[in-house]
Write a protein that binds this ligand. Structure first.
Ligand code: SF4
Length: 354
């Protein structure tokens, strides 16, 4: 990895290790990403300001307990949202994974996909350095039948060492580098500690050139990407004709929008957009953006013949009736809002489309 990739020094706190590391991933099943998930740490070493994991059940329920541990081990009481350098490690993860796999039959994972990882980045630098990442992957490869969907923002996966490893288990891996902007400067301020977007794209290309299976992960695509052919440029760079699938989703995070806004210059399109949508609560602007993003993706996908690969993740409850009409046919759309008891969207416009 280029040294510039990981300029920050992580502050690591050890927290109690989960007992059963491989677990079903119903949220990712709904997104058609995976059936099971494996996280090998409790809080990612990358500090993306829009990361939803900080507000997820696991960290929320343990917030106070983990703050106590942080204070004991680092001498200051800080929370993940206040310090992007903070990371929570599970010291017994390999042992607990080994214990779990010892109880499983030989065909565990057959025909199923395991995402690595869902709530954190399994290619976090310290875990690579202390070989937790490679050892966890080896255990999964040798003791299960899962196909492994790597999801990361670390361009290290495009280096020769990792490419050789993925190639050795060619049928078992599909690799994706999550990316939703081409703006390296913005990413530096918002996706703290990750590899710059251009390096992630380069890594994806290196994997593709080496014949490793890949997928596109445009999650989330930020609003300024809809201007001046930026989205089309990004899509071209992930090579739709080569990847297995392309996931994309609009930004929709009511918890972290202020921190994300700090990454934009005051007065820029992104800054104004976040202010209008989340501070002034002009939901129509979000509805139009999510719809326009879909329409641009859909048009390019249809023009180029890869609509079957598109997986547009849409929390549709905030889409207006007028915009919903533009999404007729739901081609390439995976509705993500909670359904009613009969599996229908609670947004009447989408219930009709279903
Ligand atoms: S890399 Fe992923 S898991 Fe890690 S902080 Fe960023 S969004 Fe969260």
């Amino acid at each position: 990895m280029n040294k510039k990739d990981n300029h920050m020094k992580t502050q690591i706190v050890e927290v109690p290790t989960i007992k059963v590391p491989i677990a079903p991933s119903p949220g990712f099943l709904k997104k058609e990403l995976s059936d099971f998930k494996l996280d090998i740490m409790a809080l990612c070493e990358f500090g993306c300001k829009y990361c939803s994991s900080n507000n997820g059940n696991y960290l929320r329920i343990r917030r106070s307990k983990f703050a106590d541990l942080t204070e004991q081990q680092l001498g200051e009481r800080v929370l993940p949202k206040d310090n992007p350098k903070l990371s929570f490690h599970w010291p017994d993860i390999l042992q607990n994974l080994s214990n779990q796999l010892a109880r499983k039959s030989d065909n565990f994972g057959q025909g199923k996909t395991l995402v690595f990882s869902m709530l954190t980045d399994g290619f976090s630098p310290e875990l690579i350095k202390n070989e937790t990442t490679i050892n966890a992957l080896r255990m999964v490869l040798e003791q299960t039948q899962f196909r492994i969907r790597v999801l990361t923002k670390n361009s290290i996966v495009g280096t020769k060492k990792w490419i050789d490893f993925f190639k050795k288990y060619r049928d078992r891996f599909v690799i994706g580098l999550s990316i939703g902007t081409l703006d390296n400067m913005w990413a530096k301020k918002v996706e703290i500690g990750t590899s710059p977007p251009q390096q992630r794209l380069k890594a994806l290309r290196q994997l593709q050139d080496a014949g490793v299976s890949t997928y596109g992960m445009l999650c989330p695509v930020f609003p300024d990407m809809l201007e001046a052919d930026r989205l089309e440029t990004l899509i071209d760079q992930i090579q739709p004709n080569v990847v297995e699938h392309i996931w994309a989703e609009p930004f929709n995070d009511r918890d972290n929008w202020k921190q994300v806004r700090e990454g934009y210059r005051s007065g820029s399109t992104g800054y104004k957009w976040l202010t209008a949508v989340y501070e002034e609560k002009q939901n129509g602007i979000w509805s139009k953006y999510a719809t326009d993003l879909y329409l641009q993706l859909c048009k390019k996908a249809e023009d180029e013949g890869w609509i079957d690969k598109l997986r547009y993740l849409l929390y549709e409850h905030d889409i207006s009736e007028t915009d919903a009409r533009k999404i007729s046919g739901l081609k390439g759309v995976l509705l993500q809002s909670k359904m009613d008891g009969e599996g229908k969207s609670k947004n009447p416009s989408f219930a009709l489309l279903q």
